[in-house]
Design a binder for this molecule. Structure first.
Ligand code: PLI
Length: 459
């Protein structure tokens, strides 16, 4: 992956934010106070914050300059039109509905397209996406290829939809009972794994025959495009910008959490060429988010997204972004730490089931590693396993997904490779002393999206 010559960031640092360095005793106290849930730590007690790449990007001087040009009119502010133009040019969709963040867009989209009892097949669930599908009366059905559920399977496009599974499901359920296909780029829960352009074309071909819509979760589409450029024949000479436009041409619309690819701290949107979907969405956005020209955001936020959209398709930026993720992942692989392979676009995912094979699933191995990592070095990671998966709606039992992962998520343009070294050394140290990691039991469990607020104690 990495070439012989060093590829450095195509930007330099203009402003810094100090980080607090703490002692092990201090962190032991803090993780206890946080109920052994890294979501509940105060960020001031975190040294390197790899909880998420969502809303944690460093904005450019150009974006900050745009912040000063916010038009805070209630209706028809100029920044909305700048955002609309950026999305039309870069994503290729005509209609734009802003929302306060990705889940706001998912809420509006789900209510716009799903009828009670309908199905939404997709390439692996995402927490908020599935929640909004179910709240709107729909049922999510996983049609991702089997390799996506196997951490060590080195398929180049583990985010692909399994065309046979999708066909079989359409045959079984009937096309009229399918609301749309939810097709995610750089599939988060699978480890940031891309789909191929070939797969996108096949899904389009299959669904067109039935008149079934395809809605991308294009939250990390740019990172998906990078892997297409590197791994798929015919794309190595194309720019990320060109690849993104082609990718979007196979969908009827998308939802985006702008907090990832778009290099901003808040925001989201629906974009589509479907006039009816647009009409429904703007009727709902005014109920739940705000007027259709601001969608719950300040004008300045819309401007930052518009400018971030042009920056996110800079080939050199994307190259350095993903190389940093690989830098961390390859260091861990070299020391034998089990991680999801291939390494994904936004994060390195530790495979907790191979890291702690002796620990029962009921003791939440990924949650336990995340807590131990924080205590070791002040690095904050996130559980993506049974705690995130929640309970089965019918039986009430814990769902134990095949993937029990700890995500080391790399914010965009924020940390240096020395920070990656600190992280790698801590993970390697933990792995060497893994028998010392204690399991956890859940002592408080919220009814929905429990991973955000659940509390634990060591068993
Ligand atoms: O956090 P939001 O509401 O802006 O976006 C929700 C959301 C939708 N789709 C995908 C693929 C996501 O990854 C996503 C949010 N992800 C978070 C917060 C993360 O830490 O991965």
């Amino acid at each position: 992956m990495t070439g012989k010559r060093t590829f450095a960031e195509p930007y330099k640092i203009k402003m810094v934010e100090p980080l607090k360095i703490t002692t092990r005793e201090y962190r032991e106290e803090k993780i206890k106070e946080a109920g052994f849930n890294t979501f509940l730590l105060k960020s001031e007690d975190v040294y390197l914050d790899l909880l998420t790449d969502s809303g944690t990007s460093a904005m450019s001087d150009n974006q900050w300059a745009g912040i000063m040009l916010g038009d805070e009119a209630y209706s028809g502010g100029r920044n909305f039109y700048n955002l609309e133009k950026a999305i039309q040019e870069i994503y290729g969709f005509k209609y734009v509905v802003p929302a306060h963040q990705g889940r706001g867009a998912e809420h509006i989209l789900s209510l716009s397209l799903i009828k009670e009892g309908q199905f939404v097949p997709g390439n692996m669930y995402f927490t908020t996406t599935k929640e909004h599908i179910e709240r709107a009366g729909g049922n999510f059905v996983d049609v991702i290829i089997d390799e996506a559920h196997i951490p060590e399977a080195r398929h180049p496009f583990k985010g692909n939809v399994d065309i046979e599974k999708l066909q079989a499901f359409i045959d079984k359920a009937g096309a009229e009972n399918i609301a749309y296909i939810s097709y995610a780029s750089a599939v988060n829960m699978a480890g940031g794994q891309p789909f191929s352009m070939e797969n996108a074309r096949e899904v389009r071909k299959l669904t067109s025959g039935y008149g079934i819509k395809i809605i991308y979760d294009a939250t990390r589409a740019v990172e998906n495009c990078y892997f297409i450029k590197k791994r798929e024949r015919g794309y190595s000479d194309k720019s990320i910008r060109e690849i993104l436009l082609e990718m979007m041409s196979y969908a009827d619309g998308c939802t985006v959490s702008a907090k990832k690819d778009c290099l901003v701290n808040i925001g989201g949107f629906i974009a589509t060429n479907d006039e009816l979907l647009y009409q429904r969405a703007i009727e709902l956005v005014v109920v739940f988010e705000g007027l259709h020209t601001y969608g719950g955001l300040a004008g300045r936020d819309l401007e930052a997204i518009a400018r971030g959209i042009y920056e996110m398709v800079d080939d050199n930026y994307v190259e350095s972004r993903i190389r940093q993720v690989y830098y961390l992942g390859e260091r861990l692989l070299k020391e034998g730490v089990p991680i999801v392979e291939p390494i994904g676009g936004h994060a390195v995912f530790i495979d907790a089931l191979r890291f702690l094979p002796q620990m029962p699933r009921e003791q939440f191995p990924a949650q336990s590693i995340a807590a131990a990592l924080y205590v070791d070095s002040g690095v904050r990671s996130m559980e993506r396993g049974a705690v995130s998966a929640g309970r089965d709606k019918k039986t009430g039992e814990n769902i134990f997904p095949k993937l029990e992962l700890v995500r080391l998520t790399i914010p965009r343009r924020v940390y240096t490779n020395l920070h990656m070294d600190v992280t790698a050394e801590s993970v390697i140290e933990l792995y060497k002393n893994r028998e010392k990691i204690k399991g956890l039991k859940m002592v408080y469990e919220p009814r929905r999206l429990r991973f955000f607020l659940a509390r634990f104690e060591p068993v």
